[in-house]
Design a protein around this ligand. Structure first.
Ligand SMILES: Cc1cc2nc3c(=O)[nH]c(=O)nc-3n(C[C@H](O)[C@H](O)[C@H](O)COP(=O)(O)OP(=O)(O)OC[C@H]3O[C@@H](n4cnc5c(N)ncnc54)[C@H](O)[C@@H]3O)c2cc1C
Length: 512
């Protein structure tokens, strides 16, 4: 880092902004800062300080030989526009692609066997009382109970766990055997601890608005069918070259901009508030530099350490956001070694049945561009909130354990032709019951520091599009711009009041 004071440029109106953390939230913040500066005629300099050796955080793609293997996220939720906006901004929208022909179908483990997920489920929810009628996943009494969902009265509006919410609406056996495995997998979480409102606000909203998930899902489906544009698009999309292309292109774009410095291997160890809303940013080497504003995009526990000396009330709230560890193990086999038709995107293992793997994506079926046609590429997940013991195995032992467990469910001959482990320690923020209150408490404790903005997966949405949106909102906040001004892609990063899920809405007083 260049040392010292903001210098004479400050007097001339130049604003120097530090972005702490170079994951997708931080890169989005940096891109928004330079775009907003250009749009509003502001003189802004940006430094992105990243602890690791490169940028992108959890968004990274491994490309061994002919394979495209996502180490972290493999898809963008298409209905959240901020991912596509960023693709357009970076000139990679032509690389967007939807799942293969079997991408919409998946399997669930039941009594050690793969059973097809019933058709007509949306987010694991039966969209019609008849959707579960013939499945073997749920006993008859459970299927009958789930069929009564449209007549179950609304809840009282309290922040309940996902498990409570699903049991109340669908009955326990359907909740545990069908809905929870899917909804837990997204967060590597435990439905008994996750907040329904913070993790799946759209489901809570359906209940509030329609009095029933099935009725709400049917209404949405009808609406979608009328909107021919929406109906044409896949629910999930990705980039043919891998989602790692996003940070790679973002870094290229930022490197071309003389107002931006990208500093990898630069962990921030302290943030000190100075007079006039300025900040002293200290890095591990003891170097210091002053900035007019700071955007903090590191995980909540790391943010807690940075604000501890001057905002102790925020520390408790940020440290109370737990993070789960997980690992993805990629295995490839010759196609003729795998007996299964692979007519789906993969399978999930309900909590009660997990031995080693919690789920497996058949990448070569879900995203056919990820491997040659004569090869099957799979990605198995290990570890989630409350069960992380297997992650202590060294790579070779973990690969063996995953490979053996996989063969309990699938008939596979011979050894894998490729095996890779991608570890994600303390990576998945857990939006437990009370999450919104914790985030609000942290933001209120920081309200007296308007030149500092917090953003990232630990706060207002863990998905990549939500992280991109949060980066944009934080950029706008520290530049003192209103929420309505456009960012990369031309869309305001702050969602309109009707279109956004509850998690997407800023909860702190600064952002109201
Ligand atoms: C296995 C896995 C699968 C996923 N699948 C999907 C998916 O399919 N779709 C989807 O939308 N989302 C998915 N996600 C979630 C999504 O990838 C993440 O929530 C998102 O990428 C987080 O971005 P971020 O920038 O907020 O945080 P991070 O990516 O964690 O970035 C934070 C950065 O801050 C840096 N840092 C930490 N401390 C400091 C410090 N003191 N100083 C400087 N830098 C620091 C870190 O090194 C890191 O690079 C998945 C996540 C994982 C782990």
């Amino acid at each position: 880092m260049a040392g010292g004071e903001p210098g004479p440029a400050a007097a001339s109106g130049r604003r120097r902004v530090a972005v702490v953390g170079g994951g997708i939230t931080g890169l989005s913040a940096a891109l928004h800062l330079v775009d907003l500066a250009r749009e509003h005629g502001l003189d802004v300099e940006v430094a992105v300080l990243e602890a690791g050796g490169d940028f992108g955080g959890k968004v990274r793609t491994d490309r061994p030989g002919p394979f495209v293997i996502e180490q972290g996220p493999d898809s963008l939720l298409a209905r959240k526009p901020w991912g596509v906006d960023l693709c357009r901004r970076l000139g990679v929208a032509d690389l967007l692609t939807g799942p293969g022909p079997h991408g919409g179908r998946s399997y669930l483990v039941s009594r050690g066997r793969l059973e097809p997920m019933p058709a007509g489920l949306i987010l694991g929810m039966p969209a019609s009382p008849l959707a579960l009628l013939t499945t073997r996943l749920v006993p008859l009494s459970g299927r009958l109970r789930a069929a009564l969902e449209p007549w179950v009265p609304r809840g009282g509006g309290e922040d309940e766990s996902l498990h409570q919410f699903l049991c109340r609406r669908l009955g326990r056996s359907t909740a545990e055997a069908v809905a929870e495995p899917l909804l837990e997998a997204v967060h590597a979480g435990d439905a008994r601890r996750l907040s329904a409102r913070a993790t799946y606000p759209q489901l809570v909203t359906l209940e509030e608005r329609y009095g029933s998930l099935a009725r709400g899902l049917q209404a949405q489906r009808a609406q979608r069918a009328q909107d021919s544009e929406a109906a044409r698009h896949a629910q999930f999309i990705t980039l043919r070259t891998g989602l790692g292309t996003l940070p790679e292109r973002a870094v290229e774009a930022l490197r071309r901009d003389s107002r931006v410095r990208l500093l990898a291997g630069c962990p921030v160890t302290a943030l000190e508030p100075l007079s006039g809303g300025r900040w002293r940013v200290v890095t591990a080497g003891g170097q210091q530099e002053q900035f007019h504003a700071v955007v903090v995009t590191v995980p909540a526990y790391a943010a807690a350490r940075l604000v501890a000396p001057w905002a102790p009330a925020a520390v408790e709230a940020l440290e109370a956001i737990p993070y789960a560890s997980t690992a993805a193990v990629a295995l490839a086999f010759p196609r003729d070694a795998v007996a299964h038709p692979l007519d789906g995107s993969g399978f999930l293992v309900p909590r009660a049945e997990v031995r080693v793997i919690t789920g497996c994506t058949w990448l070569s079926s879900k995203w056919p561009h990820t491997s040659p046609p004569d090869t099957v590429l799979m990605r198995c997940f290990v570890g989630r909130a409350g069960s992380e013991e297997m992650l202590s195995l060294p790579d070779d032992a973990l690969i063996d354990a995953v490979d053996r467990d996989l063969r309990r469910y699938m008939d596979i001959a011979g050894a894998p032709v490729l095996a890779r482990v991608y570890r994600w320690p303390r990576a998945m923020p857990q939006y437990e019951v009370g999450h919104h209150g914790r985030v609000r408490a942290a933001e209120e404790a920081l309200a007296g520091f308007p030149t500092l903005a917090l953003a990232g997966a630990g706060l207002h949405g863990i998905g990549v599009p939500d992280c991109i949106r949060q980066g944009g909102e934080a950029a706008r906040r520290v530049l003192g711009l209103s929420a309505g001004s456009a960012g990369p892609g031309g869309r305001p990063a702050t969602p309109g009041p009707a279109g956004a899920p509850a998690t997407a809405r800023p909860t702190g007083p600064r952002s109201r």
